[in-house]
Ligand binder design. Structure first.
Ligand code: GLN
Length: 489
């Protein structure tokens, strides 16, 4: 393995070479940091990097391996969205208000990664408190799409998508409240999975909208996604919404055909506003599924039109409550000039939060206020139930639902900055999975004529991640673009 750019390996490839003794984790980690040195100026994936700590972890992993005790991810370099608490690195959530915040504990997912021997190289850029679809709402710089400089990575897990796509880590962790794993994965040409609500612990995930948030993997390919799912899934008594079900071996789901499977195509997801190139990639993906032996059936999700409105009431309502804790008293930014307690709250929050976060707090507070609660929050919750029932009916007719992830490929940074509604509408195809609590996934399937990646979305019934992985695997085998990487120089 002389002269090889180890950073370009997938997680599974690197794992194999480590197991065979062909490479060491120190070599792999050094290679990752040399890649970061070479491209990070262009991509800007990270808010915080831990070079020294990573090398110590890599040495440890090599030692453990020599003793025959390597974990599932022993010695493999991984990036983590800066929304998961890490006791050895600050956790900013992309916000000034948490700029210097070092959590006193590790999130359960971090704990699981560490126990599996992963080397966490750094914390990745994100929209502030995960609110956004472009990563432009980050207080610490805007990452750029590795496929095309000056284009958005998507968001809010844009840094995680960019670092994987640019080979600055072998895989990453993101979080998804309304599409924040799937959408940037699609725009950056990588695989991303939002697991079923309750599949992965939210303990130590800084809360945005607690009934919608899930943590999930962002990887170079489908096998890596399955491997990461094996590590991070499972019941956690510290998260009251986590579900106590056994974790299957997700890699066993990656089988070569789709015999016996029915794939649903929702008519509502192919409507006006869908870019023709995106539609074409998804349609040819559907043909691949047919080739693989799946039966294709048209289905209907009649309440799709209400998803954006429902989400933009429920998510801000929960956010306004969750973000009340940033008051400058116990942690986070405090304005030191304030003369009274109230003044201190106001000044700390006014300076600490960015515009999008403030806007959501205002919307959420309004939606929950006496006199409006019934008209907004309660009504949204009722429609949410209808959306969930759409999926229950759909999954009586099919195993997997296939659709676009986003209506368009990536766009230029700044292009939709003054049009919040256009951005909110771009979440239309991903939000419903969060509202229904079902798993969703994005798998690369093609490119636009400009060379921008286009993903396909797969959605499944609660806890049927295996069907998504199996379907995604079959798309990956047939799409003929696996291993294609951006030319970053
Ligand atoms: N883009 C959506 C929003 O702005 C979803 C974000 C997310 O999934 N965290 O809220």
């Amino acid at each position: 393995m002389m002269d090889m750019n180890y950073f370009s390996l997938t997680l599974c490839e690197a794992k194999k070479l480590l197991q065979q003794g062909e490479i060491t984790s120190v070599q792999l980690t050094e290679s990752i940091f040399s890649r970061i040195d070479a491209v990070e100026d262009k991509v800007k994936s990270f808010i915080t990097l831990d070079r020294e700590g990573s090398l110590v972890r890599a040495e440890e992993a090599d030692r453990t391996r020599r003793q025959g005790r390597a974990g599932e991810l022993g010695g493999l370099p991984i990036g983590v969205k800066d929304v998961l608490c890490t006791s050895n690195m600050r956790t900013t959530c992309g916000s000034r208000i948490l700029e210097k915040f070092v959590p006193p504990y590790d999130a359960t997912v971090i704990d699981k990664l560490n126990r599996a021997g992963a080397v966490i190289v750094g914390k990745t850029a994100m929209d502030e408190f995960a609110m956004g679809s472009t990563n432009e709402n980050c207080a610490f710089g805007v990452p750029e799409n590795p496929w095309c400089p000056g284009y958005v990575t998507g968001g809010s897990s844009g840094g995680s998508a960019a670092c994987v796509s640019a080979d600055e880590s072998l895989a990453a962790i993101g979080s998804d409240t309304g599409g924040s794993i799937r959408q940037p994965a699609s725009l950056c040409g990588i695989v991303g999975m939002k697991p079923t609500y309750g599949r992965v612990s939210r303990y130590g995930l800084v809360a945005f909208a607690s009934s919608l948030d899930q943590v999930g993997p962002m990887t170079k390919d489908v096998s890596d996604c399955a491997l990461m799912m094996n590590v991070i899934s499972g019941y956690d008594k510290r998260d009251s919404t986590s579900i106590n079900l056994p974790v299957p071996d997700y890699t066993a789901a990656l089988t070569d055909d789709l015999q016996g499977m029915t794939v649903g195509v929702p008519v509502e997801y192919f409507s006006e506003g869908l870019d023709p190139e995106v539609e074409q990639v998804v349609r040819s993906g559907i043909d691949m599924l047919k080739d693989a032996g799946a039966e294709i059936r048209e289905i209907s999700l009649p309440h799709t039109d209400y998803c954006v409105a429902v989400y933009y009431l429920i998510a801000p309502a929960e956010a306004s409550s969750n973000l009340a804790r940033y008051d400058g008293v116990r942690y986070g930014y405090r304005d030191m000039e304030a003369e009274t307690l109230l003044d201190m709250y106001q000044k700390s929050r006014s300076t600490g939060f960015g515009d999008e976060v403030k806007k959501r707090i205002l919307i959420g507070t309004y939606a929950l206020s006496a006199g409006y609660y019934d008209a907004y929050y309660k009504k949204a919750s009722q429609v949410r139930t209808l959306i969930r029932e759409d999926f229950t009916r759909a999954f009586a007719q099919c195993d997997v639902i296939v659709s676009p992830v986003t209506p368009t490929p990536a766009w230029k940074i700044g292009e939709k900055g003054d049009d919040p509604l256009a951005l909110y509408l771009s979440d239309i195809l991903t939000i419903s999975a969060n509202l229904a609590g079902i798993p969703g996934m994005s798998v690369p399937a093609g490119f636009s004529s400009e060379g921008l990646p286009i993903g396909i979305q797969l959605q499944g019934a609660h806890f049927n991640e295996e069907a998504l992985l199996r379907t995604a695997w079959n798309i990956e085998q047939r799409a003929g673009i696996k291993g294609r990487r951006p030319e970053l120089g």
